[in-house]
Design a protein around this ligand. Structure first.
Ligand code: NAD
Ligand code: TDX
Length: 345
């Protein structure tokens, strides 16, 4: 049976991935997570005691700790989800983004390189390091066109710049040292267990609390949405079948303006959990000051992973969003605990 070290497995995508893989049933997972504000141990409560799952609290930037873990577990691969992930926070305070996304990824790579170098040939050949990245590294699109794997990097926020730096380090470790790496660049994810600072869960929870729904600028910025479990399946596909040194774009061809997304959330809530005082949740929408340097449009061309590796998304935006709204309605306690304390600085 394979064993993978997953970093950042207590965050949104990481926790969905860990659960997905444990339920898939053919892999052991060691989750290394620093437990920042964005992490939530509750997200993996249902599998916390599973015999194939272990949790280690720690930082990807702690080279000695990562080296010890590699020597203890002899993993078949490492999947790096760990990052600071919220663009607005990166604008307010970029330091943590440089620390974890750039320096942390560097330390992680160094630990893995040191360990991998000392292994026998067959282990070296079978080992994989998969780095989970974002479409935001490509910058912003105009009204047409798509990001492909050949689109030049042009990051615009401290977050995307830090992710771009980490992607470049991963690329360099493949070309310079032969480390068996893979990189995925995915569009906006949504689904269960997403921390309510991101657009969709923030809108759901604010709506239910009768708070304003803050839409940045005119709400016409476009994002390309992918249901989180479709992303998880894409990552499994890439680590198992991807070609070393390659990058793979992942997206579901679900372009929506932010305002459309917020309207869709409101309409689903109107249907599933009508406002007590009548009227639509749309009445709570307010247009607020735009995000500085706000990228206009993201759109992913995922032809490469679809044609070469046979992955395709299972959810449309409509089916995925319905499941997501339903999940937040049924999991108010998770939401309460996720937002207890000071998740904003
Ligand atoms: P998240 O913020 O929900 O979770 C990040 C996790 O990483 C948390 O559990 C946190 O505790 C952990 N972490 C942070 N710093 C760490 C460190 N130094 N050492 C160990 N653990 C640390 O993020 P997410 O939305 O689940 O994103 C996961 C990855 O996917 C990130 O690399 C992100 O850039 C990428 N990504 C996210 C999206 C998206 O829409 N959310 C889209 C594309 C790519
Ligand atoms: O209150 C809000 N109002 C609003 O209009 C928030 C939180 C966001 N927005 C807008 C900004 C974006 O155009 O909605 C869009 C989505 O915003 P976020 O949920 O913050 O996501 P985004 O900035 O697009 O980045 C996300 O997708 C790519 C993730 O946070 C990244 O980690 C990932 O790499």
């Amino acid at each position: 049976m394979k064993l993978w070290i997953v970093t950042g497995g207590s965050g949104f995508i990481g926790s969905n991935f860990v659960r997905y893989m444990i339920k898939f049933g053919d892999v052991r997972i060691v989750n290394l997570d620093k437990l920042t504000y964005a992490a939530n141990l509750d997200s993996l409560k249902d599998i916390a005691k599973h015999p194939y799952y272990s949790f280690v609290k720690g930082d990807i930037g702690d080279r000695a700790l990562v080296t010890d873990l590699l020597r203890e577990y002899h993993p078949d691969g490492v999947i790096n989800f760990a990052a600071e992930s919220h663009v607005d926070r990166s604008i307010d305070r970029p330091e943590d983004f440089i620390q974890t996304n750039v320096l942390g990824t560097f330390e992680l790579l160094e630990a893995i390189r040191g360990y991998w170098n000392g292994q026998k040939t067959d282990m070296k050949d079978n080992f994989r390091f998969l780095h989970v990245s974002t479409d935001e590294v490509y910058g912003s699109l105009g009204d047409d066109g798509f990001f492909t794997e050949n689109t030049p990097y042009a990051p615009n926020s401290p977050y995307s710049a830090s992710k771009a730096a980490s992607d470049h380090l991963v690329r360099a470790y493949y070309h310079t040292y032969g480390l068996p790496t893979l990189t995925t660049n995915c569009s906006n994810n949504y689904g269960p267990f997403q921390f309510p600072e991101k657009l969709i869960p923030l809108m759901i929870l604010n709506a239910l609390d009768y708070k304003p729904l803050p839409v940045y600028g005119d709400g016409q910025n476009i994002r390309d949405w992918l249901y989180v479990l479709d992303h998880c399946e894409a990552i499994r596909t890439v680590i198992e079948h991807g070609q070393l040194g390659e990058t793979y774009n992942i997206g579901g061809k679900n372009e929506k303006s932010n305002l459309e997304v917020v309207y869709n959330v409101c309409d689903l809530l109107d249907e599933m959990y009508p406002r007590k005082n009548g009227g639509s949740y749309r009445q709570q929408i307010v247009f607020v000051k735009d995000r500085p340097g706000h990228d206009l449009r993201y759109a992913i061309d995922s032809t490469k992973i679809q044609t070469l590796l046979g992955w395709k998304p299972q959810e449309t935006f409509e089916t995925g969003l319905r499941k997501t709204v339903q999940w937040y309605l049924l999991n108010r306690e998770w939401c309460q605990r996720a937002t207890d304390g000071s998740y904003r600085w």
